[in-house]
Structures are given as structure tokens and as C-alpha cells.
Design a protein around this ligand. Sequence first.
Ligand SMILES: *Cc1c(COP(=O)(O)O)cnc(C)c1O
Length: 422
Amino acid sequence: MDHFLYRDGALYAEDVPVAEIAAAVGTPFYVYSTATLKRHFSLFDEALGWADHLVCFAMKSLSNQAVIKLLGDAGAGMDVVSGGEYMRAKAAGVPGDRIVFSGVGKTADEMRLAIEGGIRQFNVESEPEMIMLDRVAQSLGAVVPITVRVNPDVDAKTHAKIATGKSENKFGIPISRAREVYAMAGTMPGLKVIGIDVHIGSQLTELAPFEAAYRKVAELTEQLRADGHEIKRLDLGGGLGIPYARSNEAPPLPTDYGALIQRTVGHLGCEIEIEPGRLISGNAGLMVSKVIYVKSGEDRDFLILDGAMNDLIRPAMYDAWHDIIPVKEPAPGAAPAKYDIVGPVCESGDTFAKGREMPAVQADDLVAFRSAGAYGAVMASEYNSRPLIPEVLVDKDQFAVIRARPTYEEMIARDTLPMWLE
Ligand SMILES: *Cc1c(COP(=O)(O)O)cnc(C)c1O
């Protein structure tokens, strides 16, 4: 469910016509809906209503300050994976005790930053990292709360690039070695074990892999408690998928997911933490682009847009599908056309869709990529020296630019010449 609907023949973002935003900021751009972001957060929050819990938004999916601020104000915690994300969360006013630090390669500097600024817990992913964290904590005279991320060796049944819970993946420690690693953590004066962490992948469209992983976590909780550890918090990761095509069967809802968590680990009396990203931000955003040309090829027509792979890399990177719809509502019964939809970047990989059926459009028409809120703007680059595209936030009938498009001069001024070339 989102707030991008046709009304009076035109696509709206909440109560603002998308074409009006395009006229004000130019294309391409991202636009996010406040109502959708808040609604998705509260669906998770309510689904865990049976437990003491915290929903930590996975900032890597969408990390604009305005989005962090509005979710933080709504009560969300933040799951961060870098010093930069930690600083963004703090800058948006999220208190340290609502920030969780994940990621396989935390540096000593990043650990120091988070310990000094305040942190809810570190999710530790390896023994060397645990040793480093203990050393940094002791050097600051701190005792930091940790969970250990365990790798349950379950197949998340998702795209290989975003599966993280199989034994061949770089993430976490094998669950079979967990007791050993917790025993080691228990001897470290700078660390305080408080729980267990697991995250098996992204864009999961079935509950079965979660169920398999969470049952293993429940079993481990009981073993670790028997070993004398205090396990009072379970961080169950993110990963619940979204429907990228309207025609798809809808993946499980947060309520089903919350019930699954209750069924698998509810009896343990732990505080529950989850880290959803995509399900909160994905369908809360569109990327809006303009048709530059419709080019007739030998056996196909190309729709050449002003948006490209550097603005939205998911199709090139993950073969991802995005529904692409005209901003002007097509007349009922209008004959569909078939296009290869591409951007202007000089690579064949700059293809958003091949042989895509959609209503016919013409040069200068606007099109919207649905479900572009997650892993969209955050993965953009300036490849081909195309300036980063702006982000816009809508709230009912108002909209504001929340990251401006840099001018060419600003883009060029970020480089500096060495003195011998001046
Ligand atoms: C990427 C990631 C998430 C969020 O995944 P989504 O699929 O966006 O929900 C949560 N936790 C960790 C550790 C991650 O790496």
C-alpha cells in the first residue's frame, strides 16, 4: 500500500500532482511519501505490540536526513552499518540508545565514534572484530553491549547478491560455533553480552526461511542461557520483501511476520528488535523521469529516458523489475506499446526493462518508476558526470526538496587540482 495514485487523470504523490513537482525541480528526481513511510513503520511497530520491542530502520535503504528525522520522531530506532550512517542518525536527533551498529567491517575509528556518542548495541560479526571492540572499549573505559551475529545456514531464497545467511556468505559466525564465541565474549572486560543477532538476507518473499532461522536462534538462546549468558534481546534482522510488480502475488505482511516471531521466539521473554529497510522505504518512493526520445530500432522501439543506471542501479545490478507508469493517466482501453526502456549512459547495462509492455508515451512525457524508495538514491553515483538527482519529500499537500541537485559548477568544484597543474 502506498500513496501514489491516479486522480483526475494524473499521478499524485499524496495530495501533490507529480507533474507539479517535476515542473518545480526538473527531472529526473526521487519523491517520497511521508504517509507511506510512517504507515509502514507503524505496521511493524504494531506487529510486535505483544513484546517489548524496537523497530530499527535499516538506514542503508534510504538515508536522507529528512527521512531519518521523520522516522526517528515517530519512535523508530536506526540500524547503521558505517560511521557515516551513525553520524546521520545522530544529526537527525536519534538518541544513541536507539542506534544499533551492524556490518562485517567496523573499523576502530567507527567503534570509537559510536561508543563516545552512545550506542544501543554492537552486532559483532567475527572474533577479530570482537577483540578489536573489546580493546577500543577498554581504552575508553567503557563496557559496551553486544550481540553476536550468527549465520544460521539457511537459504533465504532471494537474489544471490543479497542473500546473507548461508555458510558461504561473509556474514556472522557459524551458528555451530556460537557457544565457543560467546564463551570468549564472556571473558572480555570491555564487552557485555546482551543477546543474539541474525539477518539472513533481503527481499525475502516467503516466511519459511525466517522461520527456520528464528527456530535456530530460539534453540541457541536456551543453550547460551544454560551456559550462563544473559540473553535478553534478540535482533532478528530485516529482509521482508515487497511486491515490485503490481501483478505479483503480495509477499507476507508485517502482521504475519510479527506473528511468526511470536510463534518462534515469543516464549523466551526477550526484547525483540528488527531491522527492516526495504519494506519501510521501498514503496514509499518513486523515481520520476522524462522521455527524451522514442527511437525506432530494427525490431524494437527504445524509450530513451533522462534517468539512467547511475540514478537507479537496481535493474543493472540485480536484474530488478520496477513497474514503470506514465504520470499522465492512460485513457481506459488505450492500446499498450512495447519498449526497451533505457537511459543515456554509454553502457548496454543502462537498461531498465526489455520488451516492456506499457501504455504508449511520447517525447517529453513523464514516467514514474514505482517502488524506488529503497536502494535507489542511496546507491546513485555521478557516473558519466551526471549530477546526483534531487530528492523530494511530500507530506499531504506540501512538498520540499530534501536534497538539491548540484549544479555542474558544484560538481566540478569538488575536485581539486594539484599545485603542479595549476
Ligand atoms: C541490509 C540489512 C538490513 C535491511 O534489509 P532490508 O531487506 O532492506 O529489510 C537489515 N539488517 C542488516 C544487517 C542488513 O545488512
